[in-house]
Write a new protein. Structure first.
Length: 202
């Protein structure tokens, strides 16, 4: 079984959060609880492959707090204890066109996807498309596509980056398309979905 989620946007938020008596951001604690629930699902359903479709981090500034980065590292490390992890880069995981996942590559069973790849996973053809990735010229009708991109025509918020929206003709041949980036869960095409952020207000 596969588990797919996206857009956790780890951060010490000022909005929708306070600081508790131990000095920890309450929104970050809520995100840790989401991680705990995901780990329970992995064990309960004997998940073999985990796909995270981008935007593990929220801040796009040159620096990220140690507690946020360590939380992200703990998340990926804990997921990889039970399954193979495919970690796609989103637009929030990049600074000046360089992804910030390099230390994560030291974790066994973690695959950093910062360029488009076509692979076979458990006998299923899969295309993995990170932010800014190039789609293959031709997709088979039995191929799955997971990635961090916007699907043209999807409902979006006022501040969403629309620069890399994908045309329907590119996606229609696929068996199933699951995308991150836009945070509202929605069906855009008969075979294509935005799966939505794992937390409200992400």
């Amino acid at each position: 079984m596969w588990l797919i989620f996206t857009d956790l946007h780890l951060n010490e938020y000022k909005a929708f959060a306070t600081v508790n008596d131990k000095g920890i951001n309450t929104r970050l604690l809520q995100q840790l609880e989401v991680i705990r629930q995901i780990r329970l699902l992995i064990r309960r359903h004997k998940v073999t492959n985990i796909f995270f479709l981008g935007d593990l981090f929220h801040s796009q500034s040159p620096t990220i707090s140690k507690i946020v980065y360590n939380t992200a590292f703990y998340l990926v490390q804990s997921l990889a204890q039970n399954a193979t992890v495919w970690l796609l880069t989103g637009n929030h995981d990049i600074f000046i066109n360089i992804h910030i996942f390099t230390p994560f590559s030291s974790i066994p069973r973690v695959n950093i996807v910062n360029a488009s790849i076509s692979t076979t996973i458990e006998d299923a053809p899969v295309n993995l498309i990170p932010w800014g990735g190039v789609f293959p010229r031709k997709a088979g009708t039995d191929t799955y596509c997971f990635g961090h991109f916007g699907i043209k025509g999807a409902k979006v918020g006022d501040i969403t980056d629309l620069s890399l929206e994908v045309d329907h003709k590119v996606l229609e041949p696929y068996k199933l398309v699951l995308a991150g980036h836009y945070h509202s869960r929605q069906k855009v095409l008969p075979n294509a979905y935005h799966i939505g952020a794992v937390m409200a207000n992400a």
